[in-house]
Design a protein around this ligand. Structure first.
Ligand code: SGN
Ligand code: CA
Length: 528
């Protein structure tokens, strides 16, 4: 042994051994500190096309993007049933709608059975402090939360009511700002001896996309690009054709697009709904609103648009309000991230950003969601935590039922066998994805008859292909090759060249229905 190696061993003993011991003591299994805090931020209807981390051509979202720059971004994250209350139930329970029994939004059917096992209940039992702030939309009272401060129903944008631990109060201000105020206040007041899980559920950018007056300086709408399938004629796709979510024919000029003229000449069926919302504003808020919209209303009336020009104007008008709502979300998330940095919490907190589903921004001529088509079925998912081994893009297929098992896994709480999702911790904690990761996803949408007329359907999506079955009042199949046809315009189902692929996918779809036990024959079982 020469002098140098003795010196090296000495240094090793002096620094490296204690450092490793320290790491082991705070990182438990040597890979991740046990029981990290969790902040889960979920917006309502935020399509990935409106997030710059996904390459949006419409908007810059620098604060949300931080999560992917400093963490990971999932390019293949999906929901199980693209509509609000069912998505929230899937998230809490880790189960598909047919297992958690919340299938649709419609009143009378959207009360979450809160006696079920949910991840907040299990975390709370394991010593986490749990809280939810913002949109709940599950009718029954939140269970499993030490603190809850929720919006009644869909909630309001301006001067909204909040129900704080059972007590309802109207609070002056704009909903997105208030949700961040309450989230930061809860973080400040929490018991800092315990780990926490805070759910921040935004109301925005839900219809009718009412922006904050502070965002009125943003966007020049004439620059928004028009999706190449905006004027889709739905040829060969009856399931896509039969709906009521077309910007051209179903979007309401006064309610959705804010053309509530003083002369009351634009007297549309839903005008009164927007008027009711505007009546909630303070004089100051209303004056700022009128300063912004009156010139737009005047210009619109003067232009007397029709045909294609009207269609393009409607899309751009819609996008302006929608994106302004997102601009508020982005800056309010920036506030939460700044708070985490300043309080030293960034180090031991997993921060998640997602949406309850995607949203159409003119693709296929649509607004809203519901379909198994990409823009609605996919959802943004970004996660940040200094302990993740994986960085940047993750392309494995993940789904909202994975969230409950993932959180429990990070919190060292056993995942109940009844949860149908998979923990994505192995994707985050290994540089290479596990080889047995899922190869296909299952989807099932039920709300028909219902608003927007989207027919009931279920289907399978692999990394490359998608097979959809509309089964209720008509029997139609759609097959897409997402590599050659990412906008899902060409239905290959009856193309003889795709016979083998179609049959294979059908078999796989049947086996997924068995794996997830979604095999009831009666399509009316949701009303039982
Ligand atoms: C409301 C909207 C619909 C929307 C549903 C579901 N209509 O009913 O356009 O599809 O919510 O949205 S509105 O006239 O009230 O604006 S979800 O996100 O809650 O599922
Ligand atoms: Ca939603």
């Amino acid at each position: 042994m020469n002098l140098f190696s003795i010196y090296r061993s000495f240094l090793y003993t002096l620094f490296l051994v204690p450092a490793v011991c320290l790491l082991i003591s705070c990182f438990g299994d040597g890979s991740v500190p046990s029981r990290p805090n969790i902040i889960f931020i979920m917006s309502d209807d935020h399509g990935y096309q409106a997030l710059s981390a996904y390459g949006s051509k419409l908007i810059k979202t620098p604060h949300i993007d931080r999560l992917s720059k400093e963490g990971v971004i999932f390019t293949q994250a999906f929901v199980t049933n693209s509509i609000c209350s069912p998505s929230r139930a899937a998230l809490l329970t880790g189960k598909f709608s047919h297992k958690n029994k919340l299938y649709i939004n419609r009143n009378g059917y959207n009360r979450f059975d809160s006696s079920q096992v949910t991840f907040p209940r299990l975390l709370q039992k394991a010593g986490y402090q749990t809280a939810i702030i913002g949109k709940w939309h599950l009718k029954s009272r939140p269970v499993g939360f030490d603190y809850w401060n929720i919006l009644p129903g869909q909630g309001q944008y301006y001067n909204p009511e909040f129900i704080e631990m059972g007590e309802e109060k109207q609070i002056p201000g704009y909903v997105t700002t208030l949700i961040s105020d309450f989230a930061i206040r809860w973080l400040e007041d929490r018991n800092s001896d315990k780990p926490f899980c805070l759910l921040v559920h935004e109301k925005a950018p839900h219809r009718p996309w009412i922006p904050d007056t502070t965002t009125f300086t943003l966007f020049r709408e004439e620059n928004f690009p028009i999706p190449e399938n905006y004027f889709d004629n739905y040829e060969g796709r009856r399931g896509a054709k039969e709906q009521k979510m077309s910007i051209i024919s179903d979007m309401d000029l006064a309610y959705d697009l804010k053309m509530t003229d003083r002369e009351n000449e634009i007297n549309t069926p839903y005008r009164h709904l927007l008027e009711r919302m505007l009546a909630r504003m303070s004089d100051r808020q209303r004056a700022a609103w009128d300063r912004e919209y009156e010139p737009k209303i005047e210009a619109f009336k003067k232009a007397d648009l029709a045909g294609r020009a009207l269609a393009v104007w409607k899309l751009r008008r819609y996008l302006t309000d929608y994106l302004r709502c997102i601009a508020s979300i982005d800056s309010q998330i920036g506030r939460i991230l700044d708070y985490l940095d300043a309080s030293g919490l960034s180090e031991n907190t997993i921060v998640v950003y997602t949406s309850d589903q995607g949203f159409f921004l003119g693709e296929h001529g649509y607004f809203d969601k519901r379909y198994m088509y990409e823009e609605s079925f996919r959802t943004p998912l970004l996660m940040r935590y200094p302990g993740f081994r994986r960085k940047g893009k993750i392309t494995e297929l993940v789904q909202n039922i994975d969230f409950a098992p993932t959180v429990l896994d990070f919190a060292d709480v056993p995942v109940p066998a009844e949860m149908q999702g998979m923990s994505i911790k192995p994707l985050l904690m290994n540089e290479r994805p596990p080889s047995n990761w899922r190869k296909a996803l299952y989807y099932h949408y039920y709300e028909y008859p219902g608003e927007h007329g989207t027919r009931r359907h279920y289907g399978i999506r692999t990394k490359r292909y998608k097979l959809i079955h509309f089964y209720y009042d008509f029997d139609e199949w759609e097959l897409f090759d997402l590599k050659t046809d990412p906008y899902e315009m060409q239905n290959l189902y009856t193309d003889p060249e795709y016979n083998t692929l179609r049959n294979n996918l059908k078999m796989k779809l049947d086996s997924l229905r068995v794996v997830y036990s979604d095999t009831l024959p009666d399509p009316d079982y949701i009303s039982q």
